[in-house]
Design a protein around this ligand. Sequence first.
Ligand code: ZN
Length: 441
Amino acid sequence: MSLLQAAPDQIAVAARRVMARCDELARVSATTDGIERVHLSPEHARVNRLAAEWMRELGMRTWQDAAGNQVGRIDPVGAGAGGVGGGAGGAEHPALLLGSHLDTVRDAGRFDGIVGVLMALEIVRLLRVPAAGGWAVPLPFALEVIAFSDEEGTRFGKALLGSSAVAGTWDDAWWDLADADGTTLRQAFLEFGLDPGRIGEAARRPDEVVAYLEAHIEQGPELDRADEPLAVVSSIASARRFRLVVEGEARHAGGTPYDVRRDALLGASEAALAVERICAAEHHIIGTVGQFEAFPGAVNVIPGEVQLSLDLRGEFDGERDRVWRGLTAELDEIMGRRGLRWRAHEVHAAAAVFCAPLLQDVIRTGIAATLPPRAEAPPVIFSRAGHDGMALGALTDVGMLFLRNPDGISHHPDEAVATGDVAHGIRALAESVLHLASEPR
Ligand SMILES: [Zn+2]
């Protein structure tokens, strides 16, 4: 059932504007031959100014919050001015938050995060009547678009700084994180014109917020393989990360017969292959060895020690933990057979964040409104990549919609999305907002 009263060409224009603005934002980069826009950089300030301009053009009230997130808000017709800007508090209506992030990895694509912020602006445009300054449909909540300042963690090595501040889960230990030049997060805040002492003002109260909805490109090929433009996201996978150390014995490469070698590199190699074999046999688990270093690292010495990383993620924490236990038994066997020792140090652990069933429903209904009658139900997939919703899950219900990513390439200049899919996504997200508005509260 379609609730949106928008002509198809209005949506097509909106999608083209999103694509043109992705190009415009791609030009705001610290490098001339690629895209790089990190937290609290001059480029961060420039894209916030651009986003604020685009928000004001839609009649939104704008502010940059205490964590450097750019926010725009529009209240429903008949509501007072409200005012959560700058942490003043006291809004009359709770707000539905729509957004994503504007920061990037190094040598990034132009759509990861960005397309979600720009689509959110088009939702605001479609749901209001510019002439009357009000809503085309009576929404029972305010709409806020949030462009998060840091999702990727490129500069300080800690992801989700912007959304953690909004969720009220800021950790003061983060102030001492330093970038590659030794600038601490605290110094960077000051240089950007933000007051670290006011970080708490970026935090929102659960009663100020209805929910958080985000559109994002899929960072894998599932939708492309299924020939589907859009999907409902069921959950955002959680990762556990380990540093593994395999110990053997460093000895002369010429003088040591095979039967007495304790080669740490060969044991670690078997371990990496076991990660692939065990995870590939699982339905919803993915494991990756991304770092691998042999010591002493000489051409004529049998490796006596290898350090390797393991990133293990899955839709369900319990499944992921069961796979880790299976892997440890496998590693015991491999290392025992080769006369090696091994140990693991866990460096990161996060719990999966489930998208709220009600929001999955409204997004499913929203996507269905873009499909021909009697089409199959839209696909439901889990996100293998992290998103701002992981942090927002501590504050409010989270819903996500994925857009097809041809070839599934992301965090790379070849990252892509089709204008037609963005159009479908805009319509689906607008329909989702209207369906959420029509839910009894
Ligand atoms: Zn992203």
